[in-house]
Design a protein around this ligand. Sequence first.
Ligand SMILES: [Zn+2]
Length: 117
Amino acid sequence: MASPASSTSKQRDEYCCVPFCIGNARTNKELSFHHIPSEKKMRTRKQWIVAIRRDEGEFFKIGGNTVVCSKHFKKEDYRWTPNRKCLKPEAVPSLFDWKLNESSRKAPTSRQSLSTR
Ligand SMILES: [Zn+2]
């Protein structure tokens, strides 16, 4: 039997563990979710944890429901197969809301909102 490529019938309770991200497997069906690499791939796993600015500890435990949503990956982080996209094994999440804020802070505060009149 062929395994279902994208079964949505199963209720998933995965949510994105990135701070400020509200990606949720139930409400954001357009997103894909990726588990943090297992301890066998400790190097990549560490890179992920650093990238999402979290630390394993009392308040953050990596488990089966700990995922990072596709909003944090670049297009190049995926490999496209004929019918679906796969995350490359060495991919590390790199797109975050706080990065947007950091870069927009440098922007000049001048606005053009009054010049249209
Ligand atoms: Zn997310």
